[in-house]
Write a protein that binds this ligand. Structure first.
Ligand code: PXG
Length: 286
């Protein structure tokens, strides 16, 4: 059976799931999106993802043409109709069709697209051994230019960073903000562990405020760890006891090397492993 894609109220076979080349989502990256996991056939942290989607839309003055309840139901229906158990859901809202000018006032009919499919995880080995990251020269978008808190359809900043990491043979790119502070990786947030406490850059560092990040902070506190949202610089990463990344796709993935510096003893540490176990229990129970 062909994958069914939701576009603005109807389901289309994958081959027929198309939107106009005049949609400003394509012409300008004008739109917003979310990436959501489904575990056991149920969208995970759906309310948090909807909060962020509607906030992103508000920030770019895009009116999502469905109520929260309607959208939540459409997401659940897309998962159901495709028989997805453990999978990945992509929700996009585009500005809609306009003319060949920037002006969003000349667009009409924002499009809502929902794709539910399976996701390719990092190989299990990476979770066991940990990955290597490198600092890249592409600076994270200045928050006063395009706030990283908006999950917009324009991901070029992150893509350019990811290219540099790939060129360097690393799995992920560590991105600094305009002040040279640690911001995040191209598609994940970053944490370090030092003397049993967790540290992660604050919202004001210019990051996407990750839903996995927020959940991991909660799980860490439940496990009795102190958690600080505080400015980090590369030195903090190099000298950490442990380091890991969080994201919807990656979940929690250990980092064992940054810019040629071995982190801790070069193996995924006990706090990272403990949090991974707690996260897995939560998603299993979901
Ligand atoms: N930072 C950035 C820049 C992201 O894009 C995260 C952090 C983690 O946020 P969540 O809410 O997922 O914990 C993201 C989200 C992919 C892919 O294909 C990953 C993301 C977004 C889009 C695609 O790997 N990560």
């Amino acid at each position: 059976m062909s994958l069914k894609v939701f576009i603005s109220g109807k389901f289309y076979d994958k081959e027929d799931a198309k939107i106009s080349v005049f949609d400003h989502g394509l012409l300008y990256g004008d739109g917003v999106f979310e990436g959501i996991r489904s575990y056991g056939g149920k969208p995970f942290c759906l309310e948090e993802h909807l909060d962020r989607l509607y906030d992103s839309a508000r920030a770019i003055r895009l009116q999502i043409p469905m109520s929260r309840q309607e959208l939540a139901e459409a997401i659940r229906e897309t998962v159901r109709i495709n028989g997805i158990q453990d999978g990945y859901i992509r929700v996009l809202v585009t500005r809609g069709i306009g003319d060949l000018g920037l002006d969003p006032n000349k667009t009409a009919n924002p499009q809502v697209i929902i794709i539910a499919d399976h996701i390719q995880l990092y190989p299990e080995e990476l979770y066991e051994k940990g990955l290597r990251i490198v600092t890249v020269s592409t600076v994270r978008n200045h928050p006063n230019a395009l706030s990283p808190r908006i999950k917009s359809l324009n991901y070029l900043n992150n893509i350019l960073a990811q290219m540099e990491a790939t060129d360097a043979g690393a799995a992920e790119a560590l991105m600094l903000n305009h002040l040279g502070e640690v911001a995040e990786c191209s598609g994940d947030n970053i944490f370090i562990v030092k003397d049993g406490a967790l540290y992660t850059p604050p919202k004001t560092a210019g990051i996407l405020v990750g839903i996995t990040r927020n959940l991991v902070m909660k799980l860490a506190r439940q496990a009795g760890h102190e958690v600080y949202e505080t400015t980090l610089v590369r030195h903090d990463i190099y000298t950490a006891d442990e380091c890991f990344l969080t994201g919807t796709a990656a979940e929690i993935v250990p980092v064992v090397e940054c810019d040629g510096r071995v982190i801790g003893d070069g193996k995924p540490g006990p706090v990272t492993r403990e949090l991974r176990a707690r996260f897995e229990r939560l998603t299993r129970a979901h």
